[in-house]
Design a protein around this ligand. Structure first.
Ligand code: ATP
Ligand code: MG
Length: 417
Protein backbone atom coordinates (compact mmCIF):
# COMPACT_ATOMS: atom_id res chain seq x y z
CA UNK A 1 0.00 0.00 0.00
CA UNK A 2 1.25 3.45 -0.86
CA UNK A 3 2.07 5.65 2.10
CA UNK A 4 0.16 8.82 2.84
CA UNK A 5 1.52 12.15 4.03
CA UNK A 6 0.13 15.63 4.63
CA UNK A 7 1.33 18.45 2.44
CA UNK A 8 0.86 21.84 4.02
CA UNK A 9 0.46 24.91 1.78
CA UNK A 10 1.05 28.41 3.13
CA UNK A 11 0.68 31.19 0.60
CA UNK A 12 0.84 34.25 2.89
CA UNK A 13 4.12 33.18 4.42
CA UNK A 14 5.53 32.85 0.95
CA UNK A 15 5.01 36.57 0.49
CA UNK A 16 7.25 37.56 3.34
CA UNK A 17 10.55 37.71 1.47
CA UNK A 18 13.53 37.68 3.83
CA UNK A 19 11.35 36.79 6.83
CA UNK A 20 10.19 33.66 5.17
CA UNK A 21 12.33 31.24 7.13
CA UNK A 22 11.36 32.84 10.47
CA UNK A 23 7.72 32.36 9.54
CA UNK A 24 8.27 28.81 8.35
CA UNK A 25 10.19 27.85 11.48
CA UNK A 26 7.46 29.26 13.70
CA UNK A 27 4.83 27.37 11.73
CA UNK A 28 6.81 24.14 12.17
CA UNK A 29 7.03 24.74 15.95
CA UNK A 30 3.32 25.48 16.15
CA UNK A 31 2.43 22.40 14.12
CA UNK A 32 4.61 20.19 16.33
CA UNK A 33 2.70 21.40 19.38
CA UNK A 34 -0.75 21.24 17.77
CA UNK A 35 -0.12 17.68 16.53
CA UNK A 36 1.26 16.30 19.82
CA UNK A 37 -1.48 13.70 20.11
CA UNK A 38 -0.67 12.26 16.66
CA UNK A 39 2.22 9.88 15.99
CA UNK A 40 4.07 12.46 13.90
CA UNK A 41 7.42 11.26 12.60
CA UNK A 42 8.66 14.46 11.04
CA UNK A 43 7.79 17.90 9.70
CA UNK A 44 10.12 19.24 7.06
CA UNK A 45 10.22 21.73 4.25
CA UNK A 46 9.99 20.53 0.70
CA UNK A 47 9.67 22.70 -2.34
CA UNK A 48 7.54 25.51 -0.91
CA UNK A 49 5.46 23.23 1.30
CA UNK A 50 5.74 21.53 4.66
CA UNK A 51 5.63 17.77 4.66
CA UNK A 52 4.13 16.01 7.69
CA UNK A 53 4.83 12.29 7.99
CA UNK A 54 3.60 9.80 10.61
CA UNK A 55 5.21 6.76 12.21
CA UNK A 56 3.12 4.07 10.52
CA UNK A 57 3.28 5.88 7.17
CA UNK A 58 -0.45 6.44 6.85
CA UNK A 59 -1.48 9.99 7.61
CA UNK A 60 -5.20 10.31 8.37
CA UNK A 61 -8.02 12.75 7.65
CA UNK A 62 -7.99 13.63 11.35
CA UNK A 63 -4.36 14.66 11.10
CA UNK A 64 -5.13 16.79 8.03
CA UNK A 65 -8.02 18.40 9.90
CA UNK A 66 -5.84 19.22 12.93
CA UNK A 67 -3.27 20.80 10.62
CA UNK A 68 -5.96 22.89 8.92
CA UNK A 69 -6.78 24.63 12.22
CA UNK A 70 -3.29 26.03 12.72
CA UNK A 71 -2.92 29.70 11.71
CA UNK A 72 -0.61 30.14 8.74
CA UNK A 73 -1.93 27.03 7.00
CA UNK A 74 -3.70 27.98 3.77
CA UNK A 75 -4.49 24.45 2.57
CA UNK A 76 -3.73 20.84 3.47
CA UNK A 77 -3.57 17.86 1.12
CA UNK A 78 -3.57 14.25 2.16
CA UNK A 79 -1.19 13.02 -0.53
CA UNK A 80 0.02 9.62 -1.69
CA UNK A 81 3.77 9.32 -1.41
CA UNK A 82 5.25 7.33 -4.30
CA UNK A 83 8.64 6.62 -5.80
CA UNK A 84 9.54 7.58 -9.36
CA UNK A 85 7.94 4.41 -10.68
CA UNK A 86 5.30 5.42 -13.25
CA UNK A 87 2.92 2.54 -12.49
CA UNK A 88 3.03 3.41 -8.81
CA UNK A 89 2.16 7.08 -9.17
CA UNK A 90 -0.44 6.42 -11.88
CA UNK A 91 -2.15 3.93 -9.53
CA UNK A 92 -2.02 6.57 -6.76
CA UNK A 93 -3.66 9.09 -9.12
CA UNK A 94 -6.49 6.61 -9.77
CA UNK A 95 -7.01 6.21 -6.02
CA UNK A 96 -6.83 9.96 -5.38
CA UNK A 97 -9.41 10.74 -8.09
CA UNK A 98 -11.61 7.88 -6.86
CA UNK A 99 -11.71 9.52 -3.42
CA UNK A 100 -12.51 12.99 -4.74
CA UNK A 101 -16.28 12.69 -4.32
CA UNK A 102 -18.81 13.76 -6.95
CA UNK A 103 -17.35 15.29 -10.11
CA UNK A 104 -17.79 15.29 -13.89
CA UNK A 105 -14.64 16.99 -15.13
CA UNK A 106 -10.99 16.75 -14.11
CA UNK A 107 -7.47 17.53 -15.20
CA UNK A 108 -3.94 16.52 -14.22
CA UNK A 109 -1.43 19.13 -13.20
CA UNK A 110 2.17 17.94 -12.87
CA UNK A 111 5.03 19.88 -11.27
CA UNK A 112 8.72 19.14 -10.96
CA UNK A 113 10.96 20.75 -8.37
CA UNK A 114 13.96 20.23 -10.66
CA UNK A 115 14.57 19.12 -14.20
CA UNK A 116 16.44 15.95 -13.13
CA UNK A 117 13.45 13.72 -13.64
CA UNK A 118 13.35 12.21 -17.13
CA UNK A 119 9.73 13.16 -17.91
CA UNK A 120 8.69 16.72 -18.62
CA UNK A 121 5.55 17.94 -16.82
CA UNK A 122 3.60 17.78 -20.09
CA UNK A 123 4.60 14.13 -20.48
CA UNK A 124 3.51 13.39 -16.92
CA UNK A 125 0.16 15.11 -17.55
CA UNK A 126 -0.35 13.02 -20.66
CA UNK A 127 0.73 9.76 -19.01
CA UNK A 128 -1.36 10.12 -15.85
CA UNK A 129 -4.28 11.70 -17.75
CA UNK A 130 -4.34 8.73 -20.15
CA UNK A 131 -4.57 6.25 -17.27
CA UNK A 132 -7.31 8.27 -15.56
CA UNK A 133 -9.35 8.49 -18.81
CA UNK A 134 -9.21 4.71 -19.06
CA UNK A 135 -10.20 4.18 -15.43
CA UNK A 136 -12.94 6.83 -15.41
CA UNK A 137 -14.43 6.55 -18.93
CA UNK A 138 -17.59 8.52 -18.10
CA UNK A 139 -15.64 11.56 -16.83
CA UNK A 140 -14.36 14.37 -19.03
CA UNK A 141 -11.07 16.21 -19.12
CA UNK A 142 -11.43 20.01 -18.79
CA UNK A 143 -8.33 22.18 -18.99
CA UNK A 144 -10.20 25.24 -17.68
CA UNK A 145 -12.22 25.13 -14.48
CA UNK A 146 -12.30 21.36 -13.90
CA UNK A 147 -14.25 20.03 -10.89
CA UNK A 148 -11.15 18.21 -9.67
CA UNK A 149 -7.44 18.69 -10.32
CA UNK A 150 -5.09 15.78 -9.72
CA UNK A 151 -1.71 17.15 -8.67
CA UNK A 152 1.40 15.10 -9.39
CA UNK A 153 4.41 16.72 -7.76
CA UNK A 154 7.89 15.34 -8.37
CA UNK A 155 10.40 16.32 -5.69
CA UNK A 156 13.81 14.64 -5.87
CA UNK A 157 13.17 10.88 -5.76
CA UNK A 158 9.56 11.14 -4.57
CA UNK A 159 6.24 11.79 -6.24
CA UNK A 160 3.33 13.24 -4.27
CA UNK A 161 -0.13 12.69 -5.68
CA UNK A 162 -3.36 14.23 -4.44
CA UNK A 163 -6.71 15.43 -5.72
CA UNK A 164 -8.47 16.79 -2.72
CA UNK A 165 -7.30 19.80 -0.77
CA UNK A 166 -8.89 21.00 2.45
CA UNK A 167 -8.89 24.68 3.34
CA UNK A 168 -6.85 25.80 6.31
CA UNK A 169 -7.69 28.79 8.49
CA UNK A 170 -5.12 30.91 6.65
CA UNK A 171 -3.49 33.90 8.32
CA UNK A 172 0.01 33.85 9.81
CA UNK A 173 1.75 31.60 12.34
CA UNK A 174 1.05 32.56 15.95
CA UNK A 175 4.17 34.14 17.40
CA UNK A 176 5.09 36.23 14.37
CA UNK A 177 3.10 39.35 15.26
CA UNK A 178 3.97 39.99 18.93
CA UNK A 179 1.80 39.74 22.02
CA UNK A 180 -1.64 41.17 22.73
CA UNK A 181 -3.83 41.22 25.82
CA UNK A 182 -7.39 40.30 24.95
CA UNK A 183 -10.36 41.12 27.16
CA UNK A 184 -12.15 37.81 27.35
CA UNK A 185 -15.65 37.24 28.65
CA UNK A 186 -17.50 33.97 28.19
CA UNK A 187 -19.83 35.63 25.63
CA UNK A 188 -19.77 34.97 21.88
CA UNK A 189 -17.78 37.96 20.73
CA UNK A 190 -14.52 38.13 22.62
CA UNK A 191 -13.45 34.49 21.96
CA UNK A 192 -13.98 35.17 18.25
CA UNK A 193 -12.06 38.46 18.47
CA UNK A 194 -9.23 36.64 20.26
CA UNK A 195 -9.11 33.95 17.60
CA UNK A 196 -9.05 36.57 14.84
CA UNK A 197 -5.99 38.41 16.11
CA UNK A 198 -4.36 35.08 16.91
CA UNK A 199 -4.95 34.05 13.33
CA UNK A 200 -3.01 37.14 12.25
CA UNK A 201 0.01 35.87 14.17
CA UNK A 202 -0.48 37.45 17.63
CA UNK A 203 0.24 35.50 20.80
CA UNK A 204 -2.87 36.13 22.90
CA UNK A 205 -2.99 36.69 26.65
CA UNK A 206 -6.64 36.79 27.73
CA UNK A 207 -7.76 38.67 30.82
CA UNK A 208 -11.11 37.78 32.34
CA UNK A 209 -12.88 39.94 34.92
CA UNK A 210 -15.01 37.75 37.10
CA UNK A 211 -17.73 38.83 39.51
CA UNK A 212 -16.11 36.86 42.32
CA UNK A 213 -16.70 37.03 45.29
CA UNK A 214 -20.16 38.45 44.53
CA UNK A 215 -20.86 35.74 41.92
CA UNK A 216 -19.78 32.13 41.57
CA UNK A 217 -16.65 31.37 39.57
CA UNK A 218 -18.59 29.69 36.72
CA UNK A 219 -17.57 32.32 34.16
CA UNK A 220 -13.91 31.64 34.96
CA UNK A 221 -14.35 27.96 34.15
CA UNK A 222 -16.21 28.82 30.96
CA UNK A 223 -13.29 31.03 29.96
CA UNK A 224 -10.91 28.15 30.64
CA UNK A 225 -13.11 25.95 28.45
CA UNK A 226 -12.91 28.60 25.74
CA UNK A 227 -9.13 28.66 25.97
CA UNK A 228 -9.11 24.86 25.69
CA UNK A 229 -11.48 25.00 22.71
CA UNK A 230 -8.98 27.31 21.00
CA UNK A 231 -6.08 24.96 21.83
CA UNK A 232 -5.82 23.49 18.30
CA UNK A 233 -4.81 26.92 17.02
CA UNK A 234 -2.09 27.29 19.69
CA UNK A 235 -2.53 30.97 20.47
CA UNK A 236 -2.93 31.10 24.27
CA UNK A 237 -0.33 30.22 26.91
CA UNK A 238 -1.68 32.07 29.94
CA UNK A 239 -5.00 33.52 31.06
CA UNK A 240 -5.34 36.13 33.79
CA UNK A 241 -8.38 36.33 36.04
CA UNK A 242 -9.26 39.48 37.95
CA UNK A 243 -11.86 39.10 40.74
CA UNK A 244 -13.83 42.31 40.27
CA UNK A 245 -17.07 41.80 42.27
CA UNK A 246 -16.09 43.69 45.40
CA UNK A 247 -14.87 46.72 43.48
CA UNK A 248 -17.96 46.75 41.34
CA UNK A 249 -20.02 47.05 44.46
CA UNK A 250 -17.92 50.05 45.47
CA UNK A 251 -18.39 51.62 42.06
CA UNK A 252 -22.12 50.99 42.11
CA UNK A 253 -22.35 52.89 45.39
CA UNK A 254 -20.16 55.76 44.19
CA UNK A 255 -21.27 56.66 40.66
CA UNK A 256 -24.66 57.43 39.09
CA UNK A 257 -26.45 54.29 37.99
CA UNK A 258 -26.39 55.17 34.30
CA UNK A 259 -22.58 55.49 34.33
CA UNK A 260 -21.80 52.24 36.13
CA UNK A 261 -21.02 50.18 33.07
CA UNK A 262 -18.78 52.82 31.58
CA UNK A 263 -16.94 53.14 34.88
CA UNK A 264 -16.48 49.35 35.16
CA UNK A 265 -15.11 49.32 31.67
CA UNK A 266 -12.69 52.18 32.30
CA UNK A 267 -11.32 50.21 35.24
CA UNK A 268 -11.15 47.04 33.15
CA UNK A 269 -9.20 48.81 30.43
CA UNK A 270 -6.78 50.35 32.94
CA UNK A 271 -6.12 46.99 34.61
CA UNK A 272 -5.77 45.23 31.25
CA UNK A 273 -3.22 47.82 30.18
CA UNK A 274 -1.21 47.20 33.35
CA UNK A 275 -1.24 43.48 32.62
CA UNK A 276 -0.12 44.28 29.08
CA UNK A 277 2.85 46.16 30.56
CA UNK A 278 3.71 43.19 32.78
CA UNK A 279 3.47 40.85 29.79
CA UNK A 280 5.18 43.12 27.28
CA UNK A 281 2.06 43.08 25.11
CA UNK A 282 1.70 45.81 22.52
CA UNK A 283 -2.09 46.13 22.16
CA UNK A 284 -5.41 45.36 23.81
CA UNK A 285 -8.16 43.48 21.98
CA UNK A 286 -11.90 43.54 22.62
CA UNK A 287 -14.91 41.85 21.03
CA UNK A 288 -16.78 45.13 20.59
CA UNK A 289 -19.03 45.54 17.60
CA UNK A 290 -20.33 49.00 16.80
CA UNK A 291 -23.75 49.72 18.31
CA UNK A 292 -24.33 46.13 19.46
CA UNK A 293 -25.09 47.13 23.06
CA UNK A 294 -25.24 50.35 25.04
CA UNK A 295 -21.54 50.38 25.88
CA UNK A 296 -20.57 50.03 22.24
CA UNK A 297 -21.73 53.37 20.84
CA UNK A 298 -18.99 55.64 19.52
CA UNK A 299 -19.50 58.04 22.45
CA UNK A 300 -19.08 55.28 25.00
CA UNK A 301 -16.22 53.58 23.21
CA UNK A 302 -14.38 56.87 23.20
CA UNK A 303 -14.77 57.66 26.95
CA UNK A 304 -13.50 54.18 27.76
CA UNK A 305 -10.73 54.26 25.21
CA UNK A 306 -9.23 57.43 26.70
CA UNK A 307 -8.08 55.35 29.69
CA UNK A 308 -5.30 53.67 27.76
CA UNK A 309 -2.42 54.64 25.56
CA UNK A 310 -1.88 51.24 23.93
CA UNK A 311 -3.70 50.63 20.65
CA UNK A 312 -7.04 48.86 21.16
CA UNK A 313 -7.82 46.38 18.38
CA UNK A 314 -11.49 45.62 17.73
CA UNK A 315 -11.52 42.98 15.01
CA UNK A 316 -15.33 42.62 15.16
CA UNK A 317 -16.23 46.30 15.01
CA UNK A 318 -17.99 45.90 11.66
CA UNK A 319 -19.37 42.39 12.14
CA UNK A 320 -22.98 41.37 12.65
CA UNK A 321 -23.94 39.07 15.49
CA UNK A 322 -24.91 36.28 13.07
CA UNK A 323 -21.50 36.38 11.41
CA UNK A 324 -19.84 36.29 14.81
CA UNK A 325 -21.95 33.34 15.94
CA UNK A 326 -21.21 31.34 12.84
CA UNK A 327 -17.49 31.97 13.34
CA UNK A 328 -17.89 30.88 16.98
CA UNK A 329 -19.34 27.62 15.74
CA UNK A 330 -16.46 27.12 13.35
CA UNK A 331 -13.78 27.68 16.01
CA UNK A 332 -15.58 25.55 18.63
CA UNK A 333 -16.57 28.19 21.20
CA UNK A 334 -20.29 28.48 20.38
CA UNK A 335 -21.60 25.85 22.80
CA UNK A 336 -19.50 27.19 25.65
CA UNK A 337 -20.61 30.77 25.03
CA UNK A 338 -24.25 29.63 24.90
CA UNK A 339 -24.08 28.72 28.58
CA UNK A 340 -25.25 31.30 31.05
CA UNK A 341 -22.84 32.45 33.68
CA UNK A 342 -22.88 35.52 35.81
CA UNK A 343 -19.68 37.48 35.31
CA UNK A 344 -18.78 40.99 36.25
CA UNK A 345 -20.99 42.37 33.47
CA UNK A 346 -24.14 40.93 34.97
CA UNK A 347 -23.42 42.35 38.41
CA UNK A 348 -25.12 45.55 39.53
CA UNK A 349 -26.52 46.19 36.08
CA UNK A 350 -28.26 49.54 35.85
CA UNK A 351 -31.84 49.66 34.59
CA UNK A 352 -31.02 52.34 32.02
CA UNK A 353 -27.37 52.44 31.02
CA UNK A 354 -26.13 55.60 29.36
CA UNK A 355 -25.83 55.18 25.61
CA UNK A 356 -24.17 58.51 24.81
CA UNK A 357 -21.97 59.37 27.74
CA UNK A 358 -20.91 63.00 28.18
CA UNK A 359 -17.19 63.16 28.97
CA UNK A 360 -17.68 65.76 31.73
CA UNK A 361 -20.18 63.61 33.59
CA UNK A 362 -18.00 60.53 33.19
CA UNK A 363 -14.98 62.40 34.56
CA UNK A 364 -16.96 63.72 37.49
CA UNK A 365 -18.12 60.21 38.35
CA UNK A 366 -14.60 58.91 37.89
CA UNK A 367 -13.21 61.42 40.36
CA UNK A 368 -15.83 60.57 42.96
CA UNK A 369 -13.87 57.51 44.15
CA UNK A 370 -10.21 56.59 44.53
CA UNK A 371 -9.82 55.01 41.11
CA UNK A 372 -6.02 54.78 41.25
CA UNK A 373 -6.12 52.79 44.47
CA UNK A 374 -8.78 50.55 43.00
CA UNK A 375 -6.71 49.85 39.89
CA UNK A 376 -3.66 49.09 42.07
CA UNK A 377 -5.70 46.74 44.27
CA UNK A 378 -7.07 44.89 41.27
CA UNK A 379 -3.66 44.54 39.64
CA UNK A 380 -2.39 43.17 42.94
CA UNK A 381 -5.11 40.57 43.06
CA UNK A 382 -4.60 39.13 39.59
CA UNK A 383 -4.45 35.36 39.29
CA UNK A 384 -3.43 33.33 36.32
CA UNK A 385 -3.75 29.90 34.78
CA UNK A 386 -1.15 28.49 32.40
CA UNK A 387 -1.94 26.38 29.36
CA UNK A 388 0.59 24.16 27.66
CA UNK A 389 -0.57 24.77 24.13
CA UNK A 390 1.19 27.86 22.80
CA UNK A 391 4.85 27.47 21.83
CA UNK A 392 5.29 31.19 21.22
CA UNK A 393 4.09 32.27 24.68
CA UNK A 394 6.94 33.38 26.90
CA UNK A 395 6.07 34.21 30.51
CA UNK A 396 7.21 37.70 31.41
CA UNK A 397 10.56 36.77 33.02
CA UNK A 398 12.25 39.85 31.72
CA UNK A 399 9.46 41.81 33.31
CA UNK A 400 9.93 40.35 36.78
CA UNK A 401 11.18 43.57 38.24
CA UNK A 402 8.45 45.44 36.47
CA UNK A 403 5.90 42.88 37.64
CA UNK A 404 7.03 43.47 41.21
CA UNK A 405 6.64 47.18 40.73
CA UNK A 406 3.26 46.96 39.00
CA UNK A 407 1.72 44.24 41.14
CA UNK A 408 3.78 43.80 44.31
CA UNK A 409 1.20 41.89 46.33
CA UNK A 410 0.31 39.54 43.47
CA UNK A 411 3.97 38.78 43.10
CA UNK A 412 4.35 37.75 46.72
CA UNK A 413 1.28 35.52 46.87
CA UNK A 414 1.75 31.73 46.91
CA UNK A 415 -0.70 30.97 44.13
CA UNK A 416 1.17 33.23 41.69
CA UNK A 417 4.48 31.64 40.84
P1 ATP B 1 -18.85 39.35 24.54
O1 ATP B 1 -19.78 38.50 23.73
O2 ATP B 1 -17.43 39.27 24.09
O3 ATP B 1 -19.04 39.13 26.02
P2 ATP B 1 -20.68 41.52 24.58
O4 ATP B 1 -21.47 41.58 23.35
O5 ATP B 1 -21.28 40.86 25.77
O6 ATP B 1 -19.26 40.87 24.25
P3 ATP B 1 -19.89 43.75 26.24
O7 ATP B 1 -20.38 43.08 27.45
O8 ATP B 1 -20.21 45.20 26.03
O9 ATP B 1 -20.34 43.03 24.90
O10 ATP B 1 -18.35 43.60 26.18
C1 ATP B 1 -17.60 44.19 25.17
C2 ATP B 1 -16.19 43.65 25.25
O11 ATP B 1 -15.62 43.95 26.53
C3 ATP B 1 -16.14 42.13 25.16
O12 ATP B 1 -16.15 41.68 23.84
C4 ATP B 1 -14.84 41.84 25.86
O13 ATP B 1 -13.74 42.09 25.01
C5 ATP B 1 -14.84 42.87 26.98
N1 ATP B 1 -15.45 42.27 28.18
C6 ATP B 1 -16.74 42.26 28.55
N2 ATP B 1 -16.91 41.60 29.70
C7 ATP B 1 -15.70 41.16 30.08
C8 ATP B 1 -15.20 40.40 31.19
N3 ATP B 1 -16.01 39.96 32.13
N4 ATP B 1 -13.89 40.16 31.26
C9 ATP B 1 -13.06 40.60 30.28
N5 ATP B 1 -13.47 41.31 29.23
C10 ATP B 1 -14.76 41.60 29.11
MG1 MG C 1 -20.39 40.01 27.46
Amino acid sequence: MTNRVCLVHYHEIGLKGKNRSTFENQLVRNLRCALRSFPVKGIKRISGHLLVTVEDGFASQELAHAISRVPGVARVSLAYLCGLDQDEYCAAAVKALGEAGEFTTFKVHARRSSTDYELHTLDINRLVGGVLCQEFPDKKVAMHGPDVTVIVMVVNASVYVYADTGRGVGGLPVGTAGKVVTLLSSGFDSPVATWMVGRRGATCVPVHFSGRPMTADTSEYLCQDIVNALAPSGMIGRMYVVPFGEKQREISLAVPQSLRIITYRRIMFAVAERIAQIEGAKALVTGESLGQVASQTLDNISVVNEMVSLPVLRPLIGSDKLEIMSRAEEIGTYDISSQDAADCCTLFMPRRPETHAKPDQVHEAWDSFDHDAMIDDLVNSIEYVDFDQCPSYKPPRGYRARHRELAPAAFERDDVK
